[in-house]
Design a protein around this ligand. Sequence first.
Ligand code: UFG
Length: 327
Amino acid sequence: MTNILVTGGAGYIGSHACKALKAAGYTPVTYDNLSTGWEQAVRYGPFEQGHLTDRDRLDQIFAAYQPEAILHFAALSQVGESMREPGLYWHNNVAGSLCLFQAAVQAGCLNVVFSSTCATYGDQDNVVLNETSPRHPINAYGASKRAIEDILRDFEAAYGLRHVIFRYFNVAGADPEAEVGEFHQPETHLIPLILDAIDGRRNALTIFGTDYDTPDGTCIRDYVHVMDLVDAHILGLKWVEDGKQSRVFNLGTGTGFSVREVIDRAEAITGKKAPVVEGLRRPGDCTKLVSGSTRAVTELGWSPERSTLDQMIGDAWRWHQTGHYDK
Ligand code: UFG
């Protein structure tokens, strides 16, 4: 079986990707420092603990597993935290990715699928966000991902590092079989936070800003189901394996929902009320992030069928009620 190195394979998206890789006939080798991931989420292949910045460890891993490609998920990914502690983001995300790519080139592993973000675009009022839109991130998280995209461009030119860059919009939902799911400690993302408020695990959800220039005053995001997202990664992996030219793809559905709309749907689906508090804007938040591209559909053959708000919240709710990890 073909080994694929999955950095961040113990995390939310990485663990779902490992499940999809195994189903597609690959062996996912998880490399994760467990800073935000969970060893219990590594269920579909071997686990190797380590940091992205540990070059010796990476050299060992490449030698031991001879991976054909890397799916690079490992990153710090919280917008708010990145504004408070940008150094962490530049060190872990940028220096870490640089170390990973240098090790990959030395080992002759020249296929990369990289998790980037729509946060690279920043706040662009009334602009359709497609892959050629300018990248003007307004938070350190987005800036760190933009820098990694640039490293990939330069490493392709110099060393032939073929890559697919996926700019995710807001990833949500969980494995419908609830083997793996979204679980952060403390919780950080909107849908699990709403579900926590609904079932009393937290007192209330704070809406970060109600004075944005949107119809109901709250931020708008484009939510994509994690299972659809990882399907795209299998297609991206085949793209680089086939030796096609390196390419950037947005992964979003093109439909935006406000924070209030997400809360309303979660209440409807669970049949319970979410206690809500209106709070201040969170530094670094963009008003609206919605994909304006269908490139992934037309070129990759991606079909994000599960990315309805109802299915994402429904699958997240099922996981929320049954699954969790413990350190
Ligand atoms: N929000 C609240 N209250 C909360 C948490 C979030 O109102 O307690 C709001 C945020 O302000 C934002 C929306 O809900 O408007 C979504 O917030 P998340 O924290 O769930 O997600 P972000 O949009 O901040 O960021 C996520 C990922 C990033 C990714 C980005 C792309 O964390 O990795 O989506 O938009 F880049």
